[in-house]
Write a new protein. Sequence first.
Lengths: 347, 347, 347, 347
Amino acid sequence: MVKVGVVGGTGYTGVELLRLLAGHPEASLQCVTSRSEKGVLVSSLYPNLRGFVDIPFTEPSIETLSQCDVVFFATPNGVAMKSVPALLAAGVKVIDLAADFRLKDEAQWQQWYGMEHACPELLKEAVYGLPEVNREAIKQARLVACPGCYPTAVQLGFLPLLQNGLIDPQRLIADVKSGVSGAGRSAAVGSLLSEASENFKAYGVSGHRHLPEIQQGLQKATASPIALTFVPHLTPMIRGIHATLYGELLSNIDKTEHELHDLFVDAYRNEPFVDVLPPNVYPETRSVKGSNTCRIAVCRPQQGRQIVVLSVIDNLCKGAAGQAVQNMNLMLGFAEDAGLDRPPLLP
Amino acid sequence: MVKVGVVGGTGYTGVELLRLLAGHPEASLQCVTSRSEKGVLVSSLYPNLRGFVDIPFTEPSIETLSQCDVVFFATPNGVAMKSVPALLAAGVKVIDLAADFRLKDEAQWQQWYGMEHACPELLKEAVYGLPEVNREAIKQARLVACPGCYPTAVQLGFLPLLQNGLIDPQRLIADVKSGVSGAGRSAAVGSLLSEASENFKAYGVSGHRHLPEIQQGLQKATASPIALTFVPHLTPMIRGIHATLYGELLSNIDKTEHELHDLFVDAYRNEPFVDVLPPNVYPETRSVKGSNTCRIAVCRPQQGRQIVVLSVIDNLCKGAAGQAVQNMNLMLGFAEDAGLDRPPLLP
Amino acid sequence: MVKVGVVGGTGYTGVELLRLLAGHPEASLQCVTSRSEKGVLVSSLYPNLRGFVDIPFTEPSIETLSQCDVVFFATPNGVAMKSVPALLAAGVKVIDLAADFRLKDEAQWQQWYGMEHACPELLKEAVYGLPEVNREAIKQARLVACPGCYPTAVQLGFLPLLQNGLIDPQRLIADVKSGVSGAGRSAAVGSLLSEASENFKAYGVSGHRHLPEIQQGLQKATASPIALTFVPHLTPMIRGIHATLYGELLSNIDKTEHELHDLFVDAYRNEPFVDVLPPNVYPETRSVKGSNTCRIAVCRPQQGRQIVVLSVIDNLCKGAAGQAVQNMNLMLGFAEDAGLDRPPLLP
Amino acid sequence: MVKVGVVGGTGYTGVELLRLLAGHPEASLQCVTSRSEKGVLVSSLYPNLRGFVDIPFTEPSIETLSQCDVVFFATPNGVAMKSVPALLAAGVKVIDLAADFRLKDEAQWQQWYGMEHACPELLKEAVYGLPEVNREAIKQARLVACPGCYPTAVQLGFLPLLQNGLIDPQRLIADVKSGVSGAGRSAAVGSLLSEASENFKAYGVSGHRHLPEIQQGLQKATASPIALTFVPHLTPMIRGIHATLYGELLSNIDKTEHELHDLFVDAYRNEPFVDVLPPNVYPETRSVKGSNTCRIAVCRPQQGRQIVVLSVIDNLCKGAAGQAVQNMNLMLGFAEDAGLDRPPLLP
């Protein structure tokens, strides 16, 4: 059993991570830290963990964390970067679920996150933890930056089209819908049931922090410069992301919907957590609830020039904690689906 | 008081219509018909109407309906067309909330609705009941075809851009999200709470009946042939439609977001039921719950070439029954907002 | 038109009150005050009010409020009592939607609300604003204390049984379920959609502030001392309260379900806002959404000794703002249903 | 690996059973039968099972089912009883998730279920599958009748009080709230999202089929005749049951809340799936979502005579499929929590 530490386990990605680790055959949870909840039983904050996680939150300390083999950061942006250098120096592998190491460009990071980076020298070393793109690098990594939830759903949907040079990189549109848990467990008026239930709205149209992350990932798939319009929306449900992606077939390309489907099947043939649906079946977010799977369909409505890709994930799982565990499995040489092998919950 | 009849008042557009008529200062409800519920008190099916609508459903008959000044059809597609000629001949004004008279092209209608049209000669006469486009014609009409819910939200959002020749008519994308009440009150597995709650999905990507209706409406706004990609989605809430519309600025056009905002304000300056929001404010569906208002914002994210229009309505109100009452008000010379003058319900 | 002021219009009872006042034929809104939102347009916080309430929040001041004929307090507990004496002295009628004047006993008030009362001398004068009990006193009142949401639903359900001496006052059980808007618009973790949706729980079992208020009201209906068990629950919806009330028939009493139904019909025959449902019909909260109506059914399951009363209201309307307007109508001699005459919203 | 068959896998208890069996270390799924869906892939109906259950629905036949070691019936009431005698004769163990074998009294069964029983001779042999009451009998059983969802939550809450002679058996009240999945996956208007969402109501007050089942179970715990008032309610969520139980302390009994808590802790000390919460903590339904756990709290509000027990389960899991797997584990000598050992999903 490897020794696992979790920093910042009070948020939704934290509790989801603890749920998955509780069912992991190779992981032994050593500590869960939280400054604000120090001394409180984890299971008193999250009663679903009663009988599974029977330790209290403890004060985070490098000394304690250094005794772990791997440490997950499920903290707000800007927290992990303060401790990561010391942990790496102590030989601990680090998986960050926040955004601290997602962007390669330091200036861009500082612009979007509004603070100076504490260890910019690690931005290059950190491996972007999207296994479908970076599996081999992840296996070798000391430091993995887990992708954001939107970026996971959008990249997995667009990449086969861009990598095969089928669509115009200047005309990418990602219309994406997220459940409210994406906003976290902080007490914000906009996330109240009485505000967010029976309601649907767009937000962050003028610019969302996941935009540069998606751009960075898509740009790596094509030599031509990309232009992406990204509109996130808030959906009245707890979990789930549905990305509806629009790409225009390049003028010299003609692929039927059937051919596009086959291309996606090929692209993800060996991926344990990407499921390309049969033709004429569209994904629904509930089909991945509580699981690490991304389900995808590709359509060409009315044989027009617009290709539509539908991509769904559970934002807390493949969009956060599940992908983090998948990354741990790769880094430590476990079966890639260890602890991630149970079906989604439906209904 | 004008005498009003409602045919088919058992569905959601029916009960919404009855709710609005109950508060209308000029309308006196004469009859509500339903074959299946004949003899049953309307208010026993819809307890919100207790004390407001105290009559039973009756068998539909031309004779009874002919004594009304105006008759609404809130029936499934293909029902109204069987009775409309007789009612018009009897001097009754008719407002159809279904699709029987929405398309001008008979062949297209038969293709999308899968049946022969019973009175194709009336397709030309019927006025498409979008007051923001056809107000004067509606005032003179004997027969008004109320627009579908998706077409209302999409057309009001796209029209100012198309009418002013700003966007490429070949690259229109409408990503639209609807509450479940849009699927009606029929007992379908897909509309069960246990299926549709905590879930988000696209449907009808390969072709939805509202597609030709939207195409017909948008085409009238521009001389160039249009191409539209329309993807409807099911959202876990009862009421509301949110259209996210994408249009690419023509290469010779440059308008700032501010200029686009002013253009929308101008376009809808005199419209009682279109509300262009202030800059940087995005609409939310709950802000129009139970009301006939369409709220709109226009954005140009990152000063790119894609214009994004956000347009919300209550699918049962401005998308159906409210617009029907607005049309009645125009046809009969009442104040356009008679019976439609109360604020939306929030939260 | 009477001049109306609203103190503390930023919460849910505030926005509901503004919605109702916007449709009131006799009320002219003079000011809406909020310290925290001073200068902000009311309609920018509550977009449903765009076009209906076009004034900003202003700083509360006795001087401004004194120019109103009637002032509503939709403030947290403990706020109104600081200003009420001055307003009454200025000849303004006051309607408090909070708890400051609901209890007659000063010591009890201080015990449950955890502060000293600022004007205990007014506790006796204040009229408890349940029109079905106190209509005549309300008509004469300068100061009305609107009942809490739970107390409204529970009292209307129990009173006919207690007043007629049918049930054991020592064995009253009120199992009551509320939508989340009852917790208000403050940013509390427990009210987040991700916490309260897809969830049901009891709270405040050991003691809830509405308990002494209900006890006080029920005690007035019977000479014998009452004992009440009150268990509130949080339900995953925005609006609505459903009270399930249990009372044991006294051993010398035998009434059939039908006789009990008739007794309730008689009790509420002349009440514009209490609707006793037909036999074998149970109320549902959605049937009163956005309206001031309380719907009630009385049952005697399996001809046993337990009487079950089902009572539903909209917690924000008959449970708060609607009842406040009903009280204003009585105090000022308007039609009792002025501004409250539109059907509930369904679905 | 034991060979497992599932009859009637198209409903919600069916899909939940398949989900749990997919993660069971000792069970090998041989067949899933459905007349209506014969030939259809199970995973095309339930996409969460893609990659986990890759067989089609097949026609039910005794021959095929006889090759299984154990057969689950997740069928409508009245189906299992037609096949059970033949399966038992073939040496197959049977677990019925429906009501066919829950009641011991044939006449009562026929009265409540409205049909003749096909094999009344088995009513006596069938073991009522509530492991907390009948564990040893279940281990020896050929035929287990899984309890209904309401009866599970109610009995686990009331039994310690009745078995210890603390409360008046003539004054039992069970006010119980269920998620909509309890109504199954059949297309009924009342279960539509647009009807059941944002709504709360009681139903079946005059008599619900779970009433005699609960009475039978509670009566076994006490020598005195019991009288139970049972009011079920429909709650706007998918999964979860919350029972609020009221029992009056017998006049010669005085127990503090603390003593009552200890008594419950003792009663369930060795139960793997009953979790008595710490004092002053109330259960919430989401804390057991997707799990086989029942969480319970016992309260004595205001030191009165009414004891309040709060008991929550997942209606599809401990209330149906999870309890069925727990029974299988007991019948076949597996670890009692095999396949049931993962934490609930929260949020």
